[in-house]
Design a protein around this ligand. Structure first.
Ligand code: 2HG
Ligand code: ZN
Length: 466
């Protein structure tokens, strides 16, 4: 970047919010897992949407790449600056308006963390429909950009289902705003919907109007020990049909549980280990203990169970699931392959994935966990070098064989771009590229994300390009 450009950008966001020093930039240049590292020519911290618009106008004019970043909790390298792009940190855009109790909506800035949103709306008797373990750092803008899912998708849907309106800046600096909170508004293309899940490639989200859900104050959590994933999925089917209060059904296995116990120094949940564990939570205005108890007592597959109704006991059970990410990271730099499958094919995939990975890279450790009711497994692999693409190749080919998707809730980022054609047809990719070209003709927004620029290491000729 030229000194003139730095000066122009400094005059837009104020010199104190342009970070050029290597030490100050460092935390923005590496992702949370330590697997993705990049370099930014500068980190800009705009204070409002107008500044974001002016930064993009200037960068577009100069054809300088811009990577937007929220809480930097992404897991596919999608918000790490590459090739000296400008890093646009949205964290200062953390405004929070009063809850509109009649519509059950709230307007927030893109840089607000999920935890702050939750505290704010809960004080008004509402809740937010999406919850994720990274709530203290993940920002609403980043969650919109990746269409985050989390533990309550089965009840409330993912981020897309919560977004009523968006304010965003397009590549040329123009601002689009659909923030009036209209639930019904069929006037033309749904640009807000298009930006959800666009991973910073079509525009930069600066604020959002969000739908809220009732705050359900009575919660019951159960940890179940089962023989295998097949048994767990029969229990999921039963709970899904019997429990109107069902909020979450999370799954994990013994290898992940062992890592979590070691990392957090937790006792074993049951006397004997089990082949598979389900963490179930029900929430309602009336205590759901009885309905959960009666559904579980009829489920013969359940070998062991622990039930908690108060806050600390529930947290104790959730800890076995929520600390998977941190425990895996403490054991090494993981390959994170967030995938989804038709629920009825999860068992076949889970039975084969470890063998496929260890056949390709002997000695790898495969840890599976995820959101059982959504067919969403987080395949984490420890052992292979950070840049060994054979891991993703082996796993994604197995996913494609099972009619699944190579990204369930984390996005494509740079990590998965070479394999996009495994789950999207040529026509699909061509249509997506046409949208990208129309909204960002110079390709300044997050280049290298979503669309493959180079074939994957182990792919067949012509297969992973478009
Ligand atoms: C979760 O479900 C997150 O906890 C993170 O999506 C998954 O660490 C992962 O692989
Ligand atoms: Zn997840």
């Amino acid at each position: 970047m030229t000194p003139e450009l730095v000066e122009m950008l400094s005059s837009v966001v104020a010199p104190g919010h342009v970070l050029a020093d290597a030490d100050l930039k460092a935390s923005y240049e590496t992702d949370w897992t330590g697997r993705f590292k990049g370099s930014a020519s500068a980190v800009l911290r705009p204070g409002d949407a107008q500044q974001v618009a002016e930064v993009l106008r200037v960068c577009n004019e100069a054809a300088v790449a811009v990577v937007a970043q929220g809480g930097n909790t992404g897991l596919v390298g999608g918000s790490i600056p590459r090739d000296s792009a400008v890093l646009l940190s949205l964290r200062r855009l953390d405004q929070l308006e009063a809850v509109d109790e009649i519509s059950g909506q709230v307007t927030v800035g893109a840089g607000l963390t999920l935890a702050r949103l939750q505290d704010h709306v809960r004080a008004s008797g509402f809740d937010f429909g999406v919850d994720i373990a990274a709530r203290d750092s993940a920002t609403i803008g980043g969650m919109i950009a990746t269409n985050a899912g989390g533990t309550r998708v089965l009840r409330y849907g993912h981020m897309r289902a919560q977004v009523v309106g968006i304010e965003a800046v397009l590549a040329d600096g123009s601002l689009i705003s659909r923030m009036s909170g209209l639930l019904k508004d069929n006037s033309g293309y749904d640009l807000a919907g298009l930006l959800v899940g666009s991973e910073g490639t079509l525009g930069v989200v600066t604020a959002a109007r969000l739908r809220l859900v009732p705050l359900l104050t009575k919660r019951v959590t159960a940890l179940l020990g089962l023989d295998d994933l097949g048994a767990a999925l029969s229990v999921v089917a039963r709970l899904r049909s019997e429990l109107a209060s069902l909020d979450s059904v999370e799954v994990f296995f013994e290898p992940g549980l062992e890592l979590v116990r070691e990392h957090m120094r937790l006792p074993a949940p049951f006397r004997e280990p089990h082949g598979c564990y389900l963490l179930v939570e029900c929430a309602s205005r009336r205590n759901p203990l009885e309905e959960l108890g009666s559904a579980l007592s009829a489920a013969e597959e359940v070998q062991d169970s622990a039930v908690a109704t108060d806050g600390p006991d529930r947290e104790r059970l959730w800890a076995y699931r929520e600390h998977h990410t941190a425990a895996i990271n403490a054991a090494g730099v993981p390959h994170k392959l967030d995938i989804s499958l038709p629920v009825e094919r999860m068992t076949s995939f889970a039975e084969r994935v470890e063998a496929e990975v260890t056949k390709t890279i002997p000695g790898s450790r495969v840890i599976l966990f995820g959101h059982a009711a959504d067919g969403n497994l987080h395949v984490n692999v420890l052992g292979p070098e950070a840049d060994d693409e054979r891991v993703a190749d082996a796993v994604f080919r197995l996913v494609a064989e099972h009619d699944g998707s190579i990204s369930a809730e984390h996005g494509i980022g740079v990590a998965k771009a070479p394999w996009l054609s495994l789950t999207r047809s040529e026509a699909d990719i061509a249509a997506m590229r046409a949208i990208k070209r129309a909204l960002d003709p110079k390709g300044i927004l997050n280049p290298g994300v979503i669309f493959p620029t180079a074939p994957a290491v182990a792919s067949q000729p012509g297969e992973a390009s478009s």
